[in-house]
Design a protein around this ligand. Structure first.
Ligand code: GCV
Length: 685
């Protein structure tokens, strides 16, 4: 099937200033070879310039010498040099600068050089002014990645389906076989272009045939895949089944303290790494939603993770251990158990007990990727444990890529959240970004991961504009100083070219879409009101009497979950002053009001509106904004490339209709339960 080039859609940029005709690069390493090819293609397609490649080292040296001797001002055309500078801050950093009559793209290592090349191409695509400043020597661009690990987590099953996949089937697996083709290469190319340096290709729910990925049968293909990924600076990772000693090894147990189990893993890692030496390691979901884990044997998660970490240590591998551990067999009558508490309760006592090649991967919030949640308190608490932030680009609870919901503004807020981990009066450098980048505690094994939103659809992400989340995750993970707006601008320009009308229409759509989605679904931090299991569409009580521990406690007087000290006590998991801020209804940020408090419908918000009126207004506004988005988008009818307009338009129409369904269901539910009419007299059924 033909598929789009996504944001690597090089289109002619009018009046581009790119005065170079020769590319000098020693292309011994695959990454440099790819960087050179990529720049040649981009120069041709963006600037109609044929860059001839010189890869002979003595010729390059001669050219570099001459280049340095000639003052830039005297020469019209020059060369581009792709170079490695071992003195740079780190392997993955890059610098783009004018030297003599040449442009030098310099990397701390081969991956840095590849990132620098893609950065130059991005600047050519999006920012003619900056390009001109660089080319004339007025500006140098220099960048080191903010996070050491920048990973995607695919929830692809080996049968080709994708758990929470909204963009078709897997392009990694078809019928229990691993597929490597042109699309795999183009996928790796997309990752490299935004600086993603690791990917887990199979679902964390490792079941059945997927367990066999670490057997002789699959290793040769995995080895080819790992090699292909490496040529783009991407490390291959796999999800692992904690019960593999039973399922593959025929043992009666997978107890991490059992000698035979330890031996199984030791031999298994030896076998795997003999064939796939560049494998990054494994992602593990244990004791979570029915998956096996150490709890069965009375062991804790440090014992479970360290057992695997020790087996993989000789090969430099990592064990990324997920903290999504909670009781999923709750009784809704039991008001004491609070799912939000679970991550912290399970992992905080183990701080300092994990080996240094273990990373705890923590979902951004304490529940499960709702449209709004507070930041997980584990980021504030853990101090001697490697941490990784997990976000979800797959829009499981945010419209399933049928609705537009640009998530970078949410991720931005999460990164900026001040944890007070460095103390109440500290120097302030203790945001989530400071922690997961390793800056606060001097860690090297840490970073960010996103559950991927890709599949084999022609546009990669189902909704064409959901690609902004894929792109945005990579860009933000590499450079946590970028704003959501900067990223959105780049994405629109890279995808659709420098067309003012497209940018003017799409930018506000993207930037308002998260808030719009929140308004017509479940505002004020209440979350969840979705249909169970598939998680699409409104159902206020969908999870209310269920075992998953996700409640809203609405009655005729009020709604919300009391997580204060007199409620479930969840607030105590935050450092001061965050704990007190959430505890007090007056200082609790209103967008999280119902996450932390049970509130009467007549309670007045800061706007002066009652809670019930806010609920009505929010749903009417959100549905109207979704409708307006559809209407505004019409202006791009004859401007967007064929196919793209229709695809996006169809989805925006679904979104607008569906937003009305959300509005009416939720408003009707709360009108009936509270008996309080809408002050504005609008139709509520
Ligand atoms: C892969 C949620 C999703 C599950 C997912 C799980 C997880 O519960 O609904 O599909 O399982 O999160 O993150 O492990």
């Amino acid at each position: 099937m033909a598929y789009s080039k996504a944001w690597l859609n090089y289109q002619v940029v009018e009046n581009i200033r790119f005065p170079f005709d020769t590319l000098y690069a020693e292309t011994g390493d695959k990454r440099i070879q790819i960087a050179a090819q990529e720049l040649q293609v981009a120069a041709k397609e963006l600037a109609k310039i044929k860059l001839s490649l010189v890869s002979d080292s003595s010729q390059i040296q001669r050219a570099a010498k001459e280049n340095g001797a000639i003052p830039a001002a005297r020469v019209v055309k020059g060369g581009i040099f792709l170079e490695i500078d071992g003195e740079m801050q780190n392997e993955e950093s890059y610098r783009i600068s004018r030297q003599g009559r040449g442009l030098v793209v310099c990397g701390g290592g081969e991956s840095g050089l590849l990132y620098g090349t893609f950065a130059l191409i991005r600047i050519m695509q999006t920012d003619p002014q900056l390009l001109s400043k660089i080319c004339s020597g007025k500006q140098t661009v220099e960048q080191a990645p903010a996070n050491p690990l920048r990973m995607l987590n695919h929830w692809d099953n080996v049968d080709g389906s994708i758990e929470r996949g909204y963009a078709g089937n897997s392009f990694f697996f078809v019928g229990n076989e691993l597929v490597i083709d042109g699309r795999t290469r183009d996928y790796a190319r997309l990752l490299a272009s935004v600086g993603i340096n690791g990917t887990v290709i199979n679902n964390v729910n490792v079941r059945g045939a997927a367990t066999e990925l670490i057997t002789e049968r699959c290793l040769p293909q995995l080895s080819r895949l790992a090699e292909l990924f490496s040529s783009y600076g991407v490390k291959l990772y796999l999800s692992l089944n904690f019960a593999a000693p039973i399922e593959l090894g025929g043992l009666a147990t997978c107890d991490p303290l059992d000698g035979q189990v330890q031996d199984f893993w030791k031999k298994k890692m030896e076998q795997v790494y003999a064939k796939v030496p560049s494998l990054g390691g494994f992602l593990v979901k244990a004791d979570s939603e029915g998956r096996p884990g150490p709890f069965t044997y009375g062991r804790n998660h440090a014992e479970g993770a360290n057992m695997l970490a020790r087996a993989i240590r000789p090969y430099g591998g990592l064990i990324i251990w997920r903290c999504f551990v909670y009781n999923c067999r709750q009784d809704w009558r039991d008001r004491k158990t609070d799912r939000a508490r679970a991550g912290y309760d399970n992992f905080m006592p183990l701080d300092g007990q994990f080996d240094d090649n273990v990373i705890l991967q923590i979902k951004n919030g304490p529940m499960d990727f709702q449209v709004r949640e507070p930041v997980s308190p584990l980021f504030s608490g853990l101090k001697e444990t490697n941490m990784m932030l997990e976000v979800q680009a797959a829009q499981e609870y945010t419209g399933q890529q049928r609705h537009l919901c640009y998530l970078v503004p949410m991720w931005r807020e999460i990164l900026d959240f001040k944890t007070y981990a460095a103390g109440k009066g500290g120097d302030g450098a203790d945001s989530v970004a400071d922690i997961v980048s390793g800056r606060l505690y001097g860690q090297g094994n840490c970073g960010m991961a996103a559950v991927a939103n890709t599949g084999d659809d022609e546009n990669w992400t189902g909704h064409d504009m959901a690609a902004a989340n894929f792109y945005g995750f990579g860009r933000l993970a590499f450079d946590t100083a970028l704003t959501a707006e900067e990223i959105a601008r780049e994405w629109v320009r890279c995808t659709y070219g420098c067309n003012r009308e497209i940018l003017d229409c799409m930018l506000p759509m993207l930037l308002s879409s998260w808030e719009t989605y929140e308004k017509y679904t479940s505002p004020l931090g209440i979350g969840w009101m979705v249909n169970p299991s598939h998680h699409y569409g409104p159902n206020v009580d969908g999870y209310e009497y269920d075992r998953w521990g996700t409640y809203h406690y609405s009655d005729c007087r009020g709604m919300g979950v009391d997580r204060t000290m007199s409620g479930t006590g969840y607030v105590s998991q935050y450092n001061e002053p965050n704990c007190s801020m959430y505890e007090d209804i007056k200082t609790c940020p209103e967008e999280l009001l119902l996450f932390f408090h049970h509130v009467p419908y007549t309670y007045r918000l800061k706007t002066g509106k009652t809670l019930i009126q806010h609920i009505y207004d929010s749903h009417f506004e959100g549905a109207m904004q979704a409708q307006n988005m559809l209407l505004n988008f019409d202006s791009l009818k004859h401007i967007l490339p064929p196919g793209a307009f229709e695809r996006i338009h169809t989805r925006l129409k679904v979104q607008a209709d569906h937003a009305k369904e959300w509005r009416d269901r939720i408003n009707t539910y709360y009108f009936r339960i509270s008996g309080i009419p809408d002050e504005k007299g609008r139709t509520i059924y």
